[in-house]
Design a protein around this ligand. Structure first.
Ligand SMILES: Nc1ncnc2c1ncn2[C@@H]1O[C@H](COP(=O)(O)OP(=O)(O)OP(=O)(O)O)[C@@H](O)[C@H]1O
Length: 268
């Protein structure tokens, strides 16, 4: 029987010299949910993300993904397992079109060997067709038809964020890691991003693990929220419960802006 848990972190710790960036952190991400990491600057959120992407090694603890020990997987094999990510600072091929960016992203999912590729066998042709079909599906889902043949370099920032999301989705991930999806977006674009995230969850059944500072977006899209501070877990639960947790409010007190954002309701 398939477990309802897709990603399981147990007693994770990461030390950088004298800094314990992540300290004995445990959590489970359920299949199909939007699970969000929040916390003030330096809380350890990005470090947890980088552990899952295998950019960092844990000093202690384990990560299991879909029944497999992730802490033993090489970084270049993570995408093949079904984990895709977006970045805080968009990383796309600037001088390629939207469609080309999605096709490149999708390429990692192709399994044909080098001889099949060279001989353009039936398996390769079928793979090509499937790739095109999947990429067009994502373009439709995220309403990118208008931009499909436009060079990324000529696109407004808000559209590039959606293209990056599309590229990650084109790989058909089981887990989508979103690193601050609202960063650099205005209020209206952040509202649109909330819609895309909910659409992806509902239509594609992709599990989403997100790091996000905008509490409006967090409360609007998250099923559960994990609040961290100084590497440790402060609270875990429904967004409204975590945002009103006294320990979470206390942790945000260092930054007036952040406390204000905690009080803010869902984005319009
Ligand atoms: N590669 C590194 N080398 C040394 N220290 C690091 C490294 N990466 C992170 N840290 C430290 O680990 C702690 C946690 O940082 P991390 O970036 O995970 O926090 P964060 O919650 O993502 O913060 P932010 O919201 O500002 O991005 C910080 O004290 C940071 O300075």
């Amino acid at each position: 029987m398939t477990s309802s848990v897709l990603l399981s972190a147990r007693n994770l710790s990461v030390r950088f010299g004298g800094v314990l960036a992540v300290n004995n952190v445990s959590f489970d991400v359920e299949r199909g949910e939007v699970f969000t990491l929040i916390g003030p600057n330096g809380a350890g959120k990005t470090t947890v993300f980088n552990l899952i992407s295998r950019i960092y090694n844990a000093t202690a603890g384990t990560l299991d993904f879909d029944g497999q020990r992730l802490t033993h997987v090489a970084p270049h094999d993570v995408a093949g397992l079904g984990i895709a990510r977006t970045f805080q600072n968009i990383e796309l091929f600037e001088h390629a079109t939207v469609l080309q960016n999605l096709l490149i992203g999708r390429h990692i999912r192709r399994r044909a060997g080098i001889w099949s590729e060279l001989l353009f066998t039936r398996t390769v042709r079928e793979g090509e067709r499937e790739t095109r079909r999947k990429v067009e599906e994502v373009i439709d889902l995220l309403s990118l038809q208008h931009y499909r043949d436009t060079l990324v370099a000529g696109l407004p920032y808000g559209v590039r964020k959606v293209v990056e999301l599309a590229r990650a989705l084109a790989t058909q991930p089981k887990l989508l890691l979103l690193d601050e999806p609202s960063s650099g977006l205005n209020a209206e674009e952040t509202g649109d991003m909330a819609f895309w995230i909910k659409d992806i969850q509902r239509d594609l059944h992709v599990t989403i693990l997100m790091v996000e500072h905008d509490m409006g977006l967090v409360s609007r899209v998250s099923d559960r929220v994990l609040a961290m501070n100084q590497g440790e877990v402060l609270a875990l639960g429904a967004p409204a419960v975590v945002q009103s947790d006294p320990a979470v409010i206390e942790a945000y007190l260092g930054s007036v802006d952040d406390v204000e954002s905690l009080r803010r309701g869902p984005a319009a």
